[in-house]
Structures are given as structure tokens and as C-alpha cells.
Design a protein around this ligand. Sequence first.
Ligand code: ADP
Length: 244
Amino acid sequence: MISINGLHKQFGDLEVLKGIDLQINKGEVIVVIGPSGSGKTTLLRCLNILEVPTSGSITIDDQTADFSKSLPKRSIDLFRKKSAMVFQHYNLFPHMTAIQNVMEGPVIVKKLSKAEARKKAEQLLIKVGLGDKLDFYPHQLSGGQQQRVGIARALALEPKVMLFDEPTSALDPELVGEVLQVMKDLAGEGITMVVVTHEMRFANDVADEVIFMDQGKIIERSKPVDMFTNPKEERTKQFLNLLQ
Ligand code: ADP
């Protein structure tokens, strides 16, 4: 489903991704962990070309983006449609209600009629437990509810892969559970997901595999039970010890 090959990203002189190679199968939930500044968010943003990689290539489904060549806008648009991002700070449109936020993508990107988009958005908001909040504006919703709108909005684009960038780290602790539960349910439905998170319990319970990144490289990839009970690399051990 996803193949990342030799991916590099530089910001000026700073090399943030130093050759990432990663294959992800359909339906897999991959959790990315690692210290702050190790490149986790940048990797996720590259998957959606919110950041343009410096070199390397990414294939998602039937679309390949080869960053050693200049990409025509049309290819970038097609490639972007393969994934949808859930952001740390939700990034909802403040002047639109929950249902308008969810409808926006399908109407603009997928050219759905407003009636069709509304029907679908309603179903998705019901799915994330917000059937009674369709006409609420973001400021009338809690952080956890806003993030669930963010998840519904991403799902409305019918992506092949859902990208989650620290989706619970801006939330008050008591609101984290409701968002993780929605994500757990999606994982159970077989949606392919790449999740950057500090929620080790979620990683342990839901991930098919956990990736540990440090200084722009993938240091270790393994099943959660192996990562958390028997990490192979010294740097992984140090990182996990610090969390305890
Ligand atoms: P992580 O998600 O693991 O905390 P990031 O991918 O956010 O790491 O950042 C990795 C490094 O890239 C950091 O040193 C950060 O300051 C730098 N960085 C991220 N985005 C930019 C940017 N747009 N311009 C310059 N430097 C950036």
C-alpha cells in the first residue's frame, strides 16, 4: 500500500530526514515514536506533500511521487488524495459548523453535490459520536469533540491511508480517551493508519508495528510487544527508559 524509498528532507542546512525506507501493508496500523525533533512529523507531512521531500520517492496505492524530478501539479494533487491528515491542533475552519467542516473536502475536492456531501458528513459525525453536534461551531465544542470532527473530516476524503500527527497531545487528559477510542475503532475496521503519538498504551494495544525514529532515521521497527519489552537498539532502550 505504501512504499517509502530513500526519503530525504532538508530545511536549509538542517537534514531532518536522512534516508527513510519503509513499507506499509494495507490495513496496517503503524505507530511512530521517538524523541522530539527526530523527524516524525516531517515524515508524516512528506507523506501528504505538505512538505516537499528533498529526494527519494513515495508510492501510495497506485500513485508514485518521485522527488528527484519536478512534479507536475496534477500528479501532486492525485498523490495527495491518497492520504488525509489529522492534525495536533485540529485545524478546523472556525466560521463553519461541524458538518460544514466535514462537507468542505468532499464538495471542493471530490466535487460531490452539497446534498450528497451533507448526507455523508452526517453519517461520519454519527460514527465519531457527534450526531447531536452537527450544527455546532468549533468554539462550542470541547477539544476532544473538535478532534473527532477532524477525524470525520479526514475520513470524508475517503483516503487510502489516515495520517495522525500527535492527535491527542493538545488535549486535556480527560479528553484523550474518547479520541483514542475513535482511532481504535477505525483500526478495527481495517483502515490503514500511520500515527505519530506519545500514547504508548495506544501503541501497545492497537499498533501492528511500532517504528522508533531518532535523528532523522528509523532505528528500529518491531511488533509492540517486542518494542516495549525487548527493544534491540541501545537508543530505543534509552528512549523507552526515559518515559518510565
Ligand atoms: P518531531 O515530530 O519528531 O518532533 P519534526 O519533524 O517536527 O520532529 O522536526 C524535526 C526537525 O526539523 C526539528 O529540528 C525542527 O525544528 C525542524 N523543522 C521542522 N519543520 C521545519 C520547518 N518548516 N523549517 C525549518 N525547520 C523545521
